[in-house]
Ligand binder design. Structure first.
Ligand code: LMR
Length: 401
């Protein structure tokens, strides 16, 4: 039997990227793609950032050799990423107890993290927020971990239930992994406040848990440093944790697959030792990372002028997402669409969770050509002046019925 039997009955399409395929095949001109988390501008295009174009010009002129990168990637990139995450001169970086490896995107960082943990022995149980990005569940399960969930939202679906979150994590066992979204929680747009971050960190220390911070949207919430507010709570000498960074969104480098895994240990020697195991996970998966995207990110972060330009560009994307949120809430309220929409205005990042039933999500797609994920997660950046009225009408129709 050449192929395993299971491979012969087709798997369902990916709950997010599969929708992009369906969207492309949809001939209706009035269709609206609010599914995949990709930033688009008012024309519906994902821009190439001018800072990226300038860095690429420099790289073309320098014409660097295409020999293999080190297993853990470009040294300058790894340094630049740590300063971006923790802030320049942060103790965890200066002391050497935070070490990084370049990875293909944030998903690559998560998979390397999972493989590293499984291959290093324990732990085998990972706690994910309910709801979370669907690929978390698939990724950690396929890496051989047992997935458990902690509640995230209160009964209204519009606010964090910090008490329930902490109560669930109190039931975790020493050595369990807890995945936390650093900012712009996917799919809810609702983040813990500083007091909740501190409570989570206290609990992680008390119960001996290992946090993994999935940090895919730095700069899309309140600002590059503001979105790293969790660092103040977690980066304490008695807590070890991992950070999975993605630069798909904030550099709009989706197709280049740029990310990083950072291991923060109590002491530099523990971090260095962990990195040797991370390198085995990388070598066994894809040998060493792709060069181009990381070279672009490093060039921008290390050149003061390009960096200032990039920070402005991130601020521009953030401002557009914010104003889209406000326009959506205003339009839903003005149209009298039933629901408590006001909290969406203050949420962060690309996503808002409308809280729809599967048949409503199906009707949005089939009758109105409006593509959304799961329980009504929309990519707020995908709203434009042209599609907003149609989206609001469609929501009104499926929610009212
Ligand atoms: C999303 O959640 O839509 C993005 O993170 C893209 C992806 O890979 O799923």
């Amino acid at each position: 039997m050449p192929l395993p039997a299971r491979a012969l009955s087709p798997a369902p399409p990916d709950p997010i990227l599969g929708l992009s395929e369906a969207f492309r095949a949809d001939p209706r001109p009035s269709k609206a793609n609010l599914a995949v988390g990709v930033y688009v501008d008012e024309t519906g295009t994902t821009p190439v950032l001018p800072s990226v174009q300038a860095a690429e010009r420099q790289l073309v002129d320098a014409n660097p050799s295409r020999t293999y990168l080190p297993i853990d990637g470009r040294p300058g990139y790894r340094d630049a990423v740590r300063s971006l995450v923790f802030g320049a001169g942060h103790e965890a970086v200066a002391s050497g107890r935070a070490v990084s490896a370049q990875t293909p995107g944030g998903t690559g960082a998560l998979r390397v993290a999972a493989d590293f943990l499984v291959q290093a022995g324990n732990p085998r149980t990972v706690w994910l927020s309910q709801p979370t990005w669907p690929n978390h569940t698939q990724l950690f399960t396929l890496a051989g971990m047992e997935v458990r969930t902690y509640p995230y939202l209160d009964a209204s679906g519009r606010h964090l239930d910090a008490g329930a979150l902490l109560a669930a994590l109190r039931g975790a066992s020493a050595g369990d992994v807890v995945v936390l979204h650093g900012s712009c929680h996917n799919p809810t747009g609702i983040d813990p406040d500083p007091a909740t971050w501190r409570a989570i960190a206290d609990l992680a220390v008390e119960r001996g848990l290992l946090p993994i911070v999935d940090f895919a949207y730095q700069g899309f919430g309140d600002g590059l440093r503001e979105d790293a507010a969790w660092v103040d709570a977690l980066a304490r000498p008695d807590l070890e944790f991992l950070v999975c960074s993605s630069f798909s969104k904030n550099f709009a480098l989706y197709a280049e697959r740029v990310g990083a895994l950072t291991v923060v240990a109590r002491e530099p020697a523990r971090a260095e030792s962990a990195l040797t195991h991370v390198k085995i996970a990388i070598r066994a998966n894809y040998s060493n990372p792709p060069a181009h995207g990381a070279a672009v990110v490093e060039t921008i972060l290390c050149d003061p002028q390009l960096r200032a330009r990039w920070e402005d560009e991130v601020a521009g994307m953030r401002a557009r997402i914010r104003s889209n949120r406000a326009e959506l809430v205003d339009a839903l309220q003005a149209a009298g669409v039933p629901g408590d929409w006001e909290p969406l205005r203050g949420q962060r990042g690309m996503f808002a969770l409308l809280g729809l039933r599967p048949e409503q999500v199906g009707r949005l797609r089939e009758e109105f050509g409006v593509y959304v994920v799961g329980a009504g997660r929309i990519n707020v950046a995908g709203l434009t002046r042209a599609n907003l009225p149609r989206v609001v009408d469609a929501l009104g129709a499926v929610i009212a019925s």
